[in-house]
Design a protein around this ligand. Structure first.
Ligand code: PGA
Length: 250
């Protein structure tokens, strides 16, 4: 079995100095081989710290759909590429709900990342009221298909299923809820792209992942790893999640 991917979304946390300290601590705590399973998404102000090393994969939390122009405050995918970032989150629930990003804008952002060979990690997920109204599958299908409709089959893509009600709330989805959503997303990929390319897309679960719930979540079908917010801010918790999710494989 493959190692689970552990991706840390730092949101608006950590200074450049704190980022550098975290990176050295992480490199000491984890073997070179296992480090390949980690990805960090630092704030844009700290990209330069990540750019200066090659052991840990990293990416942007957000990039704009244009690479230059009069777009005050935005991040350029071209700059991310030049700085050797390999990934970008797209459509994180905080971007969709606080910054009101539409499916249409998110699809444009994915296309612009492809121009620079950056792998999009597309986040999808339903709100609590959508889940309670029985709309979970409709919502995540719409969010995924609006991107699949504009990119070539078999494009490099990561997906993250993050129920909005589980993000930063301590209320993790049950393993069964997560498994159902992941299988549903995999089926959409299979219908659109066929078996091989659908299996090549890692689908990560996100929303209150901690060392003590990672093992059971990681045992579920179609959960290839985790997108971790709060618990990615300390090396102990971040590596604790990695270790817990590997232990089911022994
Ligand atoms: P959380 O955040 O782990 O703090 O719930 C996850 C995310 O926002 O990606």
């Amino acid at each position: 079995m493959k190692n689970k991917i552990c991706a840390g979304n730092w949101k608006l946390n950590k200074s450049p100095k704190e980022s550098a300290e975290f990176l050295s601590e992480l490199m000491e705590a984890v073997s070179v081989e296992d480090l390949k399973s980690f990805i960090v998404f630092p704030p844009a102000s700290n990209w330069f710290v990540f750019s200066a090393q090659e052991k840990i994969k990293w990416g942007a939390q957000n990039t704009y759909c244009e690479s230059s122009g009069a777009f005050t405050g935005e991040n350029s995918p071209q700059t991310l590429k030049e700085m050797k970032g390999q990934f970008s989150l797209v459509g994180h629930s905080e971007r969709r709900h606080i910054f009101l990003e539409s499916d249409d804008l998110i699809a444009k952002k994915v296309k612009s990342l492809q121009v620079y060979g950056i792998i999009p990690m597309l986040c999808v997920g339903e709100t609590l009221s959508e889940r309670e109204a029985g709309q979970t599958e409709n919502v995540i299908k719409r969010q995924l298909e609006s991107v699949l409709n504009v990119i070539p089959k078999g494009s490099a893509l990561y997906l993250a299923y993050e129920p909005v009600w589980a993000i930063g709330t301590g209320k993790v989805a049950s393993p069964e809820q997560a498994r159902q959503a992941h299988e549903f997303l995999r089926n959409i990929l299979r219908d659109a792209w066929g078996e091989g390319p659908a299996q090549a897309v890692p689908i990560l679960y996100g929303g209150s992942v901690k060392p003590d719930n990672a093992k059971e979540l990681g045992m579920q079908n179609d959960i290839d790893g985790f997108l971790i917010g709060g618990a990615s801010l300390t090396v102990d918790n971040f590596t604790g999640i990695f270790k817990a999710s590997q232990s089911q494989q022994s």
